[in-house]
Ligand binder design. Sequence first.
Ligand SMILES: C[S@@+](CC[C@H](N)C(=O)[O-])C[C@H]1O[C@@H](n2cnc3c(N)ncnc32)[C@H](O)[C@@H]1O
Length: 340
Amino acid sequence: MRSRALLVPRSEGETTRQALVSLGALRTDLAIRQEGDRLALPLVADAEVPVEWGSVEEREFVVRPLAGPSDYRDLLDWSPEEKARLPRAFDVVGDIVLVRLPGELEPRRVEVGEALLRFVPGARIVGEDRGVRGEERLRVVERLAGTGSWATRHRENQLEFEVDVEQAYFSPRLAREHALVASEVRAGESVYDLCCGVGPFSVTIARHGRARGITAVDLNPVAIALLRRTLARHGLSDRVRAVEGRVEGFAAEAPPADRVVLNLPREGIKYAPLVARLVAAGGQFRYYEVVPRDEVDRRGKVIESLLPPPGGFVLRSQRLVHPYSPSADLVSFLFERGRA
Ligand SMILES: C[S@@+](CC[C@H](N)C(=O)[O-])C[C@H]1O[C@@H](n2cnc3c(N)ncnc32)[C@H](O)[C@@H]1O
């Protein structure tokens, strides 16, 4: 059967497949095709995927026998109008499924939880995602279906992360970004991963093996403890120094590094000038921000002008990580410090 398909390198296949499942964009009635060193992932008809993920082309697919529905909403005995009020997308973190629901669906949310528990292979518990709060960006979740705790292990980029979705920030939507940033690290670089959470940037960079030293900093002690467990499980404890502390204190005392990552997208701008001072001459600063969509084209230059010393940094590139809300995007900026 013919279908639109997303073409990706095989090395990115599993991470992209997970991301498409979460977006509700992967057709599960068709078998994924292997084409040399690429995979063709079948897409549901009207699904939109970021252009950076790969090219979209038509392909012929084999129909999978006894495949279930491609959309969890088809498991609900609701009217089409009611189903249309449900989000197509959800997140999968290990064996935990998280879904954001509009307030008016409150009385029926358990039915949604049970449908997702049946729909997502290997799901153990489904929670309503009520957003992140406070300085530690902790997710508020309410159980809808299934059992057990909010602690799990999440696979991305052929690594397995210790995660607790309630006690330390983690987003499965950043898997591709973690891999891209790790691939930018040059041999022998020193790296600071600031606001590291459970450490997906640090662990992915450590696994790539090119960095000379990596320091990961976060104020949340639970996040640092989870990072240390992930490092131990992968035999990478001697590659990453995991520091419990505030970025401000760290930045005041640490020596410069070749590469600095700051992922605090709602408030990072208040630390960006301070953190930029940590970037060595010729080094790079990877910075994240949630930007109103109509400002995305201008924002990079504005941030560039705020980084000290004046004129010391140049915006090298920027990319859309994912849409954040109907009117804003999460954007990844790369600045480079001159050698003078
Ligand atoms: C959006 S999360 C980033 C997680 C991680 N970089 C990732 O890719 O999954 C932001 C993290 O910043 C931490 N944080 C917030 N303010 C901080 C500060 N002033 N100093 C150190 N960590 C901070 C929070 O505890 C949280 O884990």
